[in-house]
Ligand binder design. Structure first.
Ligand code: FUB
Length: 357
């Protein structure tokens, strides 16, 4: 945004305009970014990327300007549809598709279409997405299409046994599909102890017992028809290198939201956001259910508050899809980017920093 002063010269024929950027904009200008936004027609965030039908499809949140109610419940993220974009290759032209699923076509949902993910099986495409139900409880729904970009048709009810936010669906090499999900604070997972819901104000956080093991993300195997869960939801344990649990007070290591799973050389990599410390970190295991051993930072804080990502292999290279707020300088109007990432010889990941200055 630019602030302008108008100065009248002479008898009003000549208006000189002096414009200077306000503080926020100049901050953006002095920041050098590693990557440019993939889409600038709309605001996009929380990118879940996949290669479907030999093309890269990105399933982002579609940010809009929403009213902010004070507190940490995420009211400024009141999105009302999903819109997919795709490209043939990294660096190639990007196609922004038509709306894939509007909120008004999800019978059970009231508001807040947060981070989604997609999967394919037997020629059908499945969009998994969280939304607040009519009681303002976050649930996870599924919608089906014949095309990766949609339009998707939502199932009449949310997935039975689902709760909280940020579903990420991972297909293992044996054809099993697992959903990883959850998010604390506004994501409500702290209200679900052993899958039982205790209603509470969404500002009730996770930090009442700082020395207790941190709340973990959830995992569940999907049913054969991809429309439900085939088992009880389990909580994942994340431990430090000495085997001790990551604790609630370990804000730069503990799970906050945005779980993502990828597999490389037989190892499972669980990456996630640390929320209020703004990192994407990762932990490794030889089992999709964990326990996972904390390894370190994958993405340093981006410009903006949230840090949300996906990791995907494309033609033998690995990429991190992520977002920042380069275009808007507003924490709730984000834009998706992509960067190549690299592994060390021992399988650990090299940390990325997307802010050059
Ligand atoms: O986009 C809304 C929420 O912000 C997502 O669900 C979180 O992961 C965070 O990025």
């Amino acid at each position: 945004m630019v602030k302008c002063r108008y100065v009248l010269v002479g008898i009003g024929w000549l208006v000189l305009t002096f414009c200077k950027p306000n503080n926020r904009a100049s901050e953006t200008r002095s920041t050098k970014f590693l990557n440019e936004p993939l889409v600038s027609e709309i605001y996009t965030a929380d990118p879940s990327a996949h290669v479907f039908e030999n093309r890269i499809y990105v399933y982002p949140s579609h940010d809009i300007n929403s009213e902010r109610i004070p507190g940490d419940c995420g009211s400024q993220y009141s999105m009302t549809d999903y819109t997919v974009f795709s490209m043939d290759s990294i660096g190639g032209p990007v196609t922004l598709h038509e709306v894939a699923l509007p909120l008004k076509e999800v019978p059970w949902a009231k508001r807040m279409l947060w981070a989604a993910d997609a999967a394919t099986k037997n020629g059908k495409y499945y969009l998994y997405f969280p939304a607040k139900d009519k009681e303002d409880v976050f649930r996870i729904g599924v919608a089906v299409s014949n095309r990766p970009e949609g339009p998707f048709t939502a199932q009449p009810t949310f997935i039975e046994g689902s709760y909280s936010i940020d579903p990420a669906v991972f297909e293992d090499e044996d054809g099993s599909f697992y959903m990883y999900f959850g998010g604390i604070w506004g994501g409500q997972v702290q209200h679900w102890d052993k899958n039982k819901y205790t209603p509470a104000d969404c500002d009730k956080k996770d930090n009442e017992q700082p020395n207790a093991p941190a709340i973990g993300p959830r995992i569940v195997k999907l049913s054969e028809d991809m429309l439900g869960f085939s088992e009880e939801v389990k909580e994942i344990q994340i431990v430090d290198s000495d085997g001790s649990p990551i604790l609630t007070k370990d804000n730069d290591k503990r799970f906050f939201e945005a779980a993502w799973m990828h597999k490389r050389n037989g190892q499972y990599y669980l990456s996630y956001s640390t929320g209020d410390t703004h990192y994407i970190v990762y932990a490794m295991s030889d089992n999709p259910y964990g326990p996972f051993t904390f390894k370190g930072i994958l993405n340093h804080p981006v410009k903006g508050w949230t840090n949300h990502h996906s990791v995907v292999e494309i033609k033998g290279k690995w990429y991190l899809f992520y977002h920042d707020i380069q275009l808007s300088n507003q924490t709730n109007l984000r834009n998706v980017k992509v960067a190549e990432i690299f592994y060390n010889n021992d399988g650990t990941m090299k940390a990325l920093n997307t802010l050059i200055e």
